[in-house]
Design a protein around this ligand. Structure first.
Ligand code: SF4
Length: 228
């Protein structure tokens, strides 16, 4: 009977999963090894909760380095939510332009500041369900902001967390909400805040999207996608 390519692939994946063991048994050693390799810290620079929110909103589709370069000057000029509404929209657009998609980001920032002032007395809420009421703030941004403020309520799923969770066999899902649900069942709650940081740094340095460096990866004996 001819063996189809799909059947071969299925058997390869099955074999790889058997080799590395169950994900519940692998999750702790994965976290411990990554914690020895990487600092579980965010690369964005901010001094208070408002700067944190703005930095995370600006970081969509660009690098943290680019955001830090812009916010260094931006935060000298815009200190309170009202400051973002006090200038003409074009001025704010020009001030954040190097972060890309600057018109949309400026629009979201202004609308978010308005809601912050009108509904939250100018203070950033703590609950993720309240944070997502701010225009331009999705679940990922809300989770990042809540975690950085010590009020972790979920697991941040960005492009690195999604890719590494799939490669490590922690999820078969593609939708970020479903991936987060899988990870919440798997990752010990006390690690929810640091887990995404560890995967993000590992994804940037080792488990790179196009060319994972499995030969130098500290997880290669725990990873069903390892090429070594
Ligand atoms: S072994 Fe390879 S695929 Fe698995 S986490 Fe490491 S770099 Fe990524």
């Amino acid at each position: 009977m001819p063996v189809t390519i799909r059947a071969m692939a299925r058997s390869y994946v099955h074999e790889a999963r058997k080799r590395v063991g169950r994900r519940r048994e692998r999750i702790r050693p994965v976290i411990e090894r990554l914690a020895r390799e990487h600092d579980a810290v965010i690369a964005l620079r901010f001094r208070d909760e408002l700067e944190l929110l703005v930095s995370v909103m600006l970081s969509a589709q660009t690098t943290d380095v680019a955001v830090n370069r812009v916010t260094k000057r931006l935060f000298l000029k815009y200190r309170r939510p009202e400051d973002y509404l006090a200038v003409p929209p074009e001025e704010l657009e020009a001030d954040i332009r190097p972060t890309g998609t600057y018109r949309q980001k400026a629009r979201n920032l202004r609308r978010a500041m308005k809601v912050l002032i009108e509904e939250f007395d100018g203070h950033l809420p703590t609950r993720v369900d309240d944070l997502v009421r701010l225009p331009g703030v999705g679940r990922k941004t809300a989770n990042v902001v809540a975690s950085e403020r010590g009020a972790t309520q979920g697991i941040v799923v960005d492009t690195h967390v999604r890719r590494l969770s799939q490669r490590l066999g922690f999820t078969r899902q593609h939708d970020p909400v479903k991936i987060e649900r899988d990870l919440q069942r798997l990752v010990p709650k006390e690690d929810w805040a640091r887990f995404p940081h560890l995967l993000i740094w590992h994804g940037r340095r080792v488990c790179i999207a196009r060319a994972p460096r499995c030969e130098v990866c500290v997880l290669n004996d725990l990873c069903p996608s390892s090429r070594v």
